[in-house]
Ligand binder design. Structure first.
Ligand code: BES
Ligand code: ZN
Ligand code: ZN
Length: 481
C-alpha cells in the first residue's frame, strides 16, 4: 500500500507546515504570513529563484513557481519536482503532514505538486533491520475548493499502483520468483476485485507455450502464466484492451550468460513489464474506469541450469512458428510471443506489451523515456504520446520498416531470436510482430524501469514507469473513441 494520502481540506491548519504555490504577484500576507516573513520571502524572490522550495525558520515553507500563461506539460513536471523537494524537506524536519494552498488558478498544478510529493515519499525498507530512515510524512491536504475529489482519488490510486510496482521490481528473486509473483497478483486481484486465473506448468505445457517453457528449462522454479481481467458493467469498449507484461523475475542471460557486475546486478528488474500490466489493471479497477481490460503475464527466471535451452535450439512457439534460438539472453521476446499469440483469442481492440526488452532501447534514449513501436493507428499513437507528455513518461516511436525483417531471418527455422549488431530494439519489435494480428504497440521500458541514482520523485531502484502513462491514456479512453 501507498504510505501517503492526499485529501482536500476546507482550510489550512495554523500549526501544520504550509506550502503556498504562487507567482511574482502573489500577496503572501493574504495567506497569514507575518510582515517579517513576507519581507524575507520578497528578498529571496528578487533573485532568479523559480521552482524552488524555501524552508523558513518555523512552520512555513514557501514555494514559488512561475509557469507561462498556458501551463505546458513541462511545467507540471516542474511542480512534481518541486513537490519531491518539499517532501525531502518535510521528512528531514520529521513532519507528518502538510497543507498546500496558493493563488494560482490552474488546479492541475496543485495535483501535480501533490503527486510529486507522494511519489517522492516512496521507500523500500523491507530488508533494513533498523527502520530509522522511515519517512515521517503521511498526509497531504490540498486547500482549494476547485479541486475535484475524483481527481485527488485518481492521483492517490495511481501513486499507490506505482508504489506497489516499484516494490515488486525492487524485490529480489530470492523472494519474488515466478510462483511468488502470482501470489502477489492474487493479493492485488483480491484487493481490487479483478478476476484472476493462473496457469501452472502442466497447464502451460498443455497450452503449448513453447517459448515460455524453453526459457524456463534452466530454472528450478516452474513458469507461471497469469490472466487478470477487469470488466466493468458498461464498458466503453466492445472488445478488450490487453496489457501484456514481461515477467522475467531474474535474467542471468541463461547459457548466453551476462557478465556481472555490469549487466546482471539489476536483472531482478526484468519483470517490470509484468508490474505494469498487473498494477495498471489493479488501479483501473480501483478507479472504476469504464474500460474492459485484460492483462496477460508470462513469468519465469532465465538461468543456465543443466537442462537450459541452448543457442542453436529450435523452439516451436504457441503460435506454431519455429524459432531458432541464437542467444538465450533474448528470452523476453520468447515469452512475450506466446502471450501475444494467446491474446488473439480475446479478439482485442488494442494490445500493449510492456517489457524491459533490450539494452539497445536503453542505450538509444536512456532512462528518461520509453521506446515504442507498432501497427496501431496514428490516433492511438497520438493519444498515447499526449499521455506520455502529461505524465512525463515520454514516448519515442521507432520505425518498423520491412527491411528490418531480413535481420531476423533464420537459415533453418521460420525466424531467429536475435538480429544483427544494429537496430536491436527494432529487431526485437519485429520479432514480436510475427505473433500479432490485431492493433498492437510494444513499449520497451529497459531504459527507465530501474535507475541506479535518484531522478527527483523517481527514486533509486524500480520506477514503475509505464503505469501512469497507461492510466492517463485509459482515463480518457471513453471520451476519445
Ligand atoms: N533483460 C534484458 C534487457 C535489459 C537490458 C533490461 C538492460 C534492462 C536493462 C534482455 O533480456 C536482454 O538480455 N536483451 C539482450 C538482447 C540481445 C541478446 C539480442 C540485449 O539487449 O543485450
Ligand atoms: Zn536477456
Ligand atoms: Zn531479459
Amino acid at each position: 500500500m501507498n504510505n501517503i494520502t492526499i485529501t482536500t481540506a476546507a482550510k489550512i491548519d495554523d500549526k501544520a507546515p504550509l506550502v503556498i504555490i504562487g507567482g511574482k504577484k502573489t500577496k503572501w500576507q493574504n495567506f497569514g504570513l507575518t510582515k517579517n516573513e513576507v519581507d524575507y520571502l520578497k528578498e529571496i524572490l528578487k533573485g532568479d529563484e523559480k521552482n524552488t522550495a524555501i524552508p523558513s525558520l518555523h512552520r512555513l515553507i514557501y514555494i514559488i513557481t512561475e509557469p507561462g500563461k498556458d501551463t505546458a506539460y513541462q511545467d507540471y513536471e516542474k511542480y512534481r519536482v518541486a513537490g519531491n523537494k518539499t517532501t525531502s524537506l518535510l521528512n528531514n524536519a520529521k513532519k507528518t503532514e502538510v497543507y498546500i494552498t496558493g493563488d494560482i488558478t490552474d488546479e492541475k498544478a496543485y495535483l501535480a505538486f501533490a503527486e510529486g510529493m507522494a511519489l517522492g515519499n516512496y521507500q523500500f525498507l523491507k530488508y533494513k533491520k533498523e527502520n530509522k530512515e522511515k519517512n515521517s510524512l503521511q498526509n497531504i491536504y490540498i486547500v482549494n475548493d476547485k479541486i475535484k475529489k475524483q481527481d485527488v482519488e485518481f492521483v492517490n490510486i495511481s501513486v499507490d499502483a506505482v508504489s506497489i510496482a516499484r516494490t515488486l521490481v525492487n524485490e529480489p528473486v530470492s523472494f519474488l520468483d515466478a510462483v511468488q509473483l502470482t501470489k502477489e497478483f492474487e493479493k492485488l486481484a483480491k484487493d481490487s476485485g479483478v478476476k484472476i486465473e493462473i496457469f501452472n506448468k502442466a497447464k502451460i505445457e498443455s497450452m503449448k507455450f513453447g517459448g515460455l517453457l524453453a526459457v524456463n528449462r534452466g530454472s528450478q522454479t516452474p513458469p507461471t502464466f497469469t490472466i487478470l481481467e477487469y470488466k466493468p458493467a458498461k464498458p466503453v469498449n466492445k472488445n478488450p484492451i490487453i496489457l501484456v507484461g514481461k515477467g522475467v523475475v531474474y535474467d542471468t542471460g541463461g547459457l548466453s550468460l551476462k557478465p556481472t557486475p555490469n549487466s546482471m546486478d539489476t536483472m531482478k528488474c526484468d519483470m517490470a513489464g509484468a508490474a505494469v500490466a498487473a498494477c495498471t489493471i489493479y488501479a483501473a479497477a480501483k478507479l472504476k474506469l469504464p474500460v474492459h481490460i485484460i492483462s496477460l503475464i508470462p513469468a519465469t527466471d532465465n538461468r543456465p541450469g543443466e537442462n537450459a535451452y541452448t543457442p542453436g535450439d529450435v523452439i516451436k512457439m504457441h503460435s506454431g512458428l519455429n524459432v531458432e534460438v541464437l542467444n538465450t539472453d533474448a528470452e523476453g521476446r520468447m515469452i512475450l510471443a506466446d502471450a501475444l499469440s494467446y491474446a488473439k483469442k480475446f479478439n482485442p481492440e488494442l494490445v500493449m506489451d510492456f517489457a524491459t526488452l533490450t539494452g539497445a532501447a536503453a542505450a538509444a534514449i536512456g532512462p528518461k523515456g520509453i521506446v515504442y513501436m507498432g501497427n496501431a493507428t496514428d490516433n492511438i499513437k497520438n493519444a498515447l504520446e499526449q499521455s506520455g507528455n502529461n505524465v512525463y513518461e515520454r514516448l519515442v516511436e521507432f520505425p518498423m520498416w520491412d527491411e528490418y525483417k531480413d535481420l531476423i531471418k533464420s537459415d533453418i527455422a521460420d525466424i531467429k531470436n536475435i538480429g544483427g549488431p544494429v537496430a536491436g530494439a527494432i529487431t526485437a519489435g519485429k520479432f514480436l510482430e510475427y505473433f500479432v494480428d490485431y492493433p498492437w504497440l510494444h513499449f520497451d521500458i529497459a531504459g527507465g524501469a530501474f535507475i541506479n541514482s535518484a531522478d527527483s520523485y523517481r527514486g533509486k531502484g524500480g520506477t514503475g514507469i509505464g503505469i501512469r502513462l497507461v492510466l492517463d491514456y485509459l482515463k480518457n479512453y471513453g471520451s476519445r473513441k
